[in-house]
Design a protein. Structure first.
Length: 145
């Protein structure tokens, strides 16, 4: 079951690094080509750094050449919330963790088949579980293989 996570602002500040807090709780963005998971290619599962909710499989990660880790589908679409984002005079779709509300990044419709989507995600919002560990913990199979 997908239980919601509620924490006070002070609790988030204590649990997250200053950079994670700025990105995940204040809707910030890490500079392009700087994130720890940009060139990361190990097999496994990317989870929310705030609550551990499973988000993306390494099997759907691709190099978008945009400067941020990119994925063409979430493991479980219900784990990602979509919100209209009209900042900077542009219409975009923000994505957040549906479990804890952490800002993850944005989704665009210029990704590869089969979905045509590009989930452009901040590395600071992610934690990584290697494949063997993810299987042992029962984190679930991705929606797309």
């Amino acid at each position: 079951m997908h239980h919601r996570v509620y924490k006070t602002d002070d609790e988030w500040r204590q649990e997250l690094t200053p950079e994670q807090y700025r990105i995940m709780r204040q809707k910030g963005t890490e500079p392009p080509f700087t994130g720890a998971f940009l060139g990361h290619h190990d097999p496994g599962i990317y989870c929310c750094a705030g609550c551990g909710s499973t988000l993306f499989s390494s099997k759907v990660k691709f190099d978008s050449d945009t400067g941020w880790p990119s994925f063409w589908a979430p493991i479980n679409p219900s784990h990602i919330a979509h919100h209209a984002d009209r900042t900077f005079l542009r219409d975009r779709t923000e994505v957040s963790c549906d479990r804890c509300g952490a800002h993850l990044g944005h989704v665009f419709d210029d990704g590869p088949p089969p979905t045509g989507l590009r989930y452009c995600i901040n590395s600071a919002a992610l934690a990584f579980e290697p494949e063997e560990q993810a299987i042992a913990e029962g984190l679930g199979a991705p929606a797309y293989e």
